[in-house]
Ligand binder design. Sequence first.
Ligand SMILES: NC(=O)c1ccc[n+]([C@@H]2O[C@H](COP(=O)([O-])OP(=O)(O)OC[C@H]3O[C@@H](n4cnc5c(N)ncnc54)[C@H](O)[C@@H]3O)[C@@H](O)[C@H]2O)c1
Length: 245
Amino acid sequence: MNRIVLITGAGSGMGFDAACRFLENGDRVIGCDRLESGLELLQARADYQGAIFDPFLLDLAQFDSFVPTVEHVKSLGKLDVLVNCAGICSGTPLETITEEEWDHTYQVNVKGPFFLTRMLLPFLSKGKEPTIINISSMAGFTGGIKSNPAYSSSKAAVTCMTKNLAKYCAPMGIRVNEISPGTARTAMTKNWLDPQTLDGFTSQVPMGRLAEAGDIAKVIFFLASDGAGFMTGQSLHVNGGMYIP
Ligand SMILES: NC(=O)c1ccc[n+]([C@@H]2O[C@H](COP(=O)([O-])OP(=O)(O)OC[C@H]3O[C@@H](n4cnc5c(N)ncnc54)[C@H](O)[C@@H]3O)[C@@H](O)[C@H]2O)c1
């Protein structure tokens, strides 16, 4: 399709699978991540497919690190799709979470995506049917579980930011939506929860399994498509029925 698609958190999980889908579709993908390893894998896939992949190391907690990516987009002249996928989960409970961990969670999940988006808006406004897709979380709607006050509240902030950006960007022709995934089997949950706890969540899912990264990538791809052309400010719950608003 020859769109230019920028994905944060492209090195792993949902961002990685979304990058694969856009590359397979013939889009040019700018993949950003704090870590290099996943980006190298994507580069190898893109080279094999003859697709264009531009990897950038970017840390959402360090605004200075946004500059090379933004300069690259500037050199391309436009951006069609922005996927704010990177995020971290602070699984530290109320009793022990430090101010530093709280701030870092908000920096990566809310503040970084907001300021990166603001830097990219001039290029999105020149894009073809431009769109922004944020990744919030079911936890931002339900309050999460007891051990993640910073994460769940930061994701509720992402949902409100999505709605606010949708109103601001609509006159510019930019649609802004989000996906609110339920519990998914990715590095995030595998690093945070022991296998028994993760398996235990399955009993809460009417469809009988946890989400896979690919389930979310499909919906990211849909939101970037013409099929979602009259949608903005919406949160799509992709969770097998685990949470039904
Ligand atoms: N896994 C779940 O159960 C679940 C549920 C709801 C929402 N989410 C959200 O989905 C999104 C994707 O998560 P995932 O499950 O694919 O996790 P993941 O850990 O597999 O991928 C997250 C990616 O973000 C990158 N990242 C982390 N901190 C960063 C930073 N400071 N700057 C740039 N990149 C950074 C990581 O290196 C990693 O590649 C996140 O926003 C997460 O909060 C996940």
